[in-house]
Design a protein around this ligand. Structure first.
Ligand SMILES: [Zn+2]
Length: 404
């Protein structure tokens, strides 16, 4: 026994139990100089320090100790002996940190702070240290299938690029921005953790040119897969553009029909409520471009049910021709967004069809979206990118953090 509890004291005013700890003489048999491992004797003691520990029943519990400082017999180096209960932050014990981490996975930081009676600043600092330490140890040596997606930090402004291991279903890396530079930063991180850029065989991404250039520049062995989730998302965005154009160009009749309807078009027919179904039927009677664009999105979505890539290829080609044909019967430019999407699909067809080869791994890409919203909820009120990235690594990085 190198340490012992010499006093326990209950302070009724604060409802706190204090456990006073002191080192035993045996400690000096095991402590060695951190410089060269020389024998050490007790030099002096620090002021009293406290560490928050797990509650004893409903009572807050703190360990207190005047930590010994050792002096090396050989080199004279004087140092503070590190107590075995201390966590990575100087205010908490290891057990308390593990417990707080457990809560942080489940609820927003402000709620954790209130629940354990600590300031959020202290808790964040602890989380930063824990995640930094665990992330430094993370191993990316088997990473071969990677997906990238953007996460908005503030609506429409700042973005994070998030890179995920699609096989092990974990977030590997996140960084500010969404340009091709982010790829360089990612491959550097990958290789710092024993991965290799040329070991990547599949990269799942949206059809934005920046990410594609990043892959082409740095990971030449990787096949680009434009995953289903992003293609459908593009289609939904195109429908929304058509709706806005129609509200602008279409006169009073279409304005009335489309007023406050944007959420309607983002749903699939089977998810509409009865009320929405009635509304949708009324709008459809008016032969609006928006309804047509919506139908195009549904057909595109249905192509993903094709059993083989060959069948899907034919249907995608027919779809593109159909979109362009139909667009000619609407007011100039009304369906422009859909026509643009048809071009995009044609130009990225090989990568889109790769879905049939790699289908399974892409499920995680869509799941990332809910990971993002959960992360933002947990870091609510602290939208700095460092806070968000740290919270993302905690919840989705599968890091080896202390278990409670
Ligand atoms: Zn020494």
């Amino acid at each position: 026994m190198n340490w012992e509890v010499v006093e326990s004291r209950f302070e009724p005013a604060s409802g706190t139990v204090f456990l006073e700890i002191r080192e035993t003489t045996q400690l000096w048999e095991v402590v060695r100089c951190p410089e060269e491992g020389g024998l050490v004797f007790c030099y002096d003691h620090t002021e009293r320090i406290t560490w928050r520990h797990l509650n004893i029943f409903q009572h807050r519990c703190e360990l207190t100790c005047r930590l010994p400082r050792g002096k090396c017999r050989q080199c004279g180096h004087i140092f503070r002996v590190r107590p075995p209960w201390e966590g990575l932050s100087t205010h908490f014990t290891k057990e308390f940190e593990a417990f707080a981490l457990l809560l942080m996975r489940e609820m927003p930081m402000s709620k954790v702070a209130a629940a354990v009676g600590e300031t959020d600043t202290r808790l964040w600092r602890m989380l930063f240290r824990q995640v930094d330490a665990a992330y430094a140890e993370a191993d990316f040596s088997n990473v071969c299938c990677v997906g990238v997606d953007e996460m908005s930090v503030r609506k429409g402004h700042e973005y994070l690029s998030v890179f995920a291991d699609l096989v092990r279903k974990r977030v590997l890396f996140a960084t500010e921005g969404k340009d091709q530079e982010t790829w360089l930063k990612f491959v550097e991180a990958l290789e710092k953790h024993n991965g290799h850029r040329q070991a990547l065989t599949q990269v799942s991404l949206d059809m934005s040119p920046a990410y594609q250039r990043g892959v082409a520049d740095h990971c030449r062995n990787a096949q680009m897969v434009f995953d289903k989730f992003h293609v459908i998302k593009n289609a939904s965005e195109a429908v929304d553009k058509v709706r806005r154009a129609e509200v602008r160009l279409g006169g009073e009749g279409s304005w009335k029909a489309l007023h406050k309807s944007q959420w309607l078009w983002r749903k699939n027919p089977e998810n509409l409520t009865d009320q929405e179904r009635v509304r949708m039927a009324q709008i459809k009677d008016k032969k609006l471009g928006t309804a047509k664009a919506y139908q195009m999105r549904l057909v595109l979505q249905d192509i993903y049910r094709s059993p083989t890539a060959g069948i899907a290829r034919g249907r995608f080609q027919v779809w593109c021709r159909w979109v362009r044909w139909v667009a000619r019967f609407y007011k100039a430019g009304l369906l422009a967004a859909m026509v643009k999407l048809a071009h995009l699909v044609e130009n990225h067809l090989a990568g889109i069809l790769a879905h049939w080869k790699w289908g399974v791994t892409n499920a995680f890409m869509e799941g990332l979206n809910s990971v993002f919203s959960a992360t933002k909820r947990k870091a609510r009120g602290y939208r700095s990118t460092t806070h968000l990235i740290t919270m993302l690594y905690l919840t989705a990085g599968k890091l080896r953090l202390p278990q409670f």
